[in-house]
Design a protein around this ligand. Structure first.
Ligand SMILES: C[S@@+](CC[C@H](N)C(=O)[O-])C[C@H]1O[C@@H](n2cnc3c(N)ncnc32)[C@H](O)[C@@H]1O
Length: 244
């Protein structure tokens, strides 16, 4: 009955229904299946996601999906070139954040989604990603941990200074403690072009905003600004630019 109500058409897009769906799925996951994904221990979090069915992930990611459409465009506003970009969506799950990038990045951009869970990657691969003009966007995926050197969909190591933009939603602020974030920031500094943009989420229990800024500035990034989906959002996505 509850499931029927929260999936009904008029409530589908309402924030209250989204939050309710999230709490309901999360509660069931913990109480019935003993799965708790809210961990700053990255290995424990990855394992929790690995045990989830796709429908369960859709449920627990409902708020994140809603927030991405608000946070990411706010950070991109006024900062994008007109020419096509090469972008990476870190910890892309089943592609919810990738859809936002595809919609907003300049026409002709290419996106690589990197995600640990191969089942999520398979699901993300089935979607069609569209630019706001309606044209399909070239998106590829790689199943690996983002704590290892980044590789493309075919397994080739990404070249130094080859990426224009890197995005992270619902990952660093939730599942990466500062020591893990340092590893990630180091790899971002390697693959990103000077002047490239990195949009990285921060919060607790993962890496908070102050820690994130310290880590990225030490790796050669400047902080340009930050965005939240709403004033009630507990997470903040920070926008950095790699120093030239
Ligand atoms: C809350 S979901 C966010 C998914 C997506 N970014 C979005 O906004 O819809 C977090 C994702 O991070 C992935 N993840 C966690 N640690 C990872 C790691 N070390 N490498 C790659 N993916 C990871 C999980 O498997 C999960 O799909």
């Amino acid at each position: 009955m509850i499931r029927k109500i929260i999936h009904s058409k008029p409530l589908e897009d309402s924030l209250i229904a989204i939050l309710f769906r999230q709490l309901w799925t999360e509660g069931r996951l913990i109480a019935i299946r003993g799965i708790n994904f809210r961990s700053r221990d990255n290995e424990a979090a990855r394992e929790a996601y690995r045990q989830m069915h796709l429908r369960e992930f859709e449920g627990i990611n409902a708020r994140q999906k809603w927030a991405n459409w608000r946070t990411v465009p706010r950070n991109l506003e006024g900062r994008l070139p007109e020419s096509a970009m090469v972008a990476i969506d870190l910890c892309c799950g089943i592609g919810h954040s990738t859809e936002v990038l595809a919609h907003h990045l300049p026409e002709g951009s290419k996106i690589l989604g990197i995600e640990f869970n191969p089942e999520f990657v398979k699901s993300a691969q089935k979607k069609i990603y569209r630019h706001r003009t309606g044209k399909p966007v070239e998106v590829s995926f790689r199943a690996q941990s983002v704590l290892e050197a980044f590789r493309d969909a075919g397994g080739a190591l990404l070249k130094d200074s080859s990426i224009d933009l890197i995005n992270s939603c619902g990952a660093v602020g939730s599942h990466f403690d500062p020591s893990m974030t340092r590893v990630l920031a180091h790899e971002l500094a390697r693959v990103m072009k000077p002047g490239g943009l990195a949009l990285i989420d921060s919060g607790l229990p993962g890496t908070n905003k102050k820690q994130l800024v310290e880590i990225f500035e030490a790796e050669g990034f400047d902080t340009l600004g930050s965005a939240k989906s709403s004033i009630f959002d507990l997470f903040t996505q920070v926008c950095f630019s790699k120093r030239r």
